[in-house]
Design a protein around this ligand. Sequence first.
Ligand SMILES: [Mg+2]
Ligand SMILES: [Zn+2]
Length: 167
Amino acid sequence: MTRALLLDRDGTLIVDVGYPRDPAQVEPLPGAIDALRALQSRFALVIVSNQSGLARGLISAAEAAAVHARVVERFGQAGVTFAGAYYCPHAPDAGCRCRKPAPGLLLDAARDLGLDLAASTMLGDKPSDLAAGRAAGCRTLAFGPATGAPHHCPDWPAVTAALRATE
Ligand SMILES: [Mg+2]
Ligand SMILES: [Zn+2]
């Protein structure tokens, strides 16, 4: 069983531009690459992202797939390898099992990758990320400007420190 760092994408790994449709919009957040390059020896890195722009008709399936692939490629070029990269394409009112705060993406990753969710951490910038993590039985870390979260990391160095503290 592998422990994972489950990662929200927009606003956590990359700049959140709102329904990104062009791979050229993919811009890693400051410190993310350096932190993950060090953390990947201790955690399987897995992206779990809501992409409702698809269901909203704002982006096509091909655009969503291209942007997601670019995220993996961009980090990969910098030496960061993701064990998995998942996204939910559904609308908020679709009642699917995978849109965060539902835990479906995390459960799929656990099934596919043999993750120990109880030993894993979900990191994200929205309450729905943390709720999905809790629903999957993970620890949670709030990233960036999220308010009211018990474990709040304002930036990537703080994420590294918080994960070290949970050893
Ligand atoms: Mg986000
Ligand atoms: Zn879904």
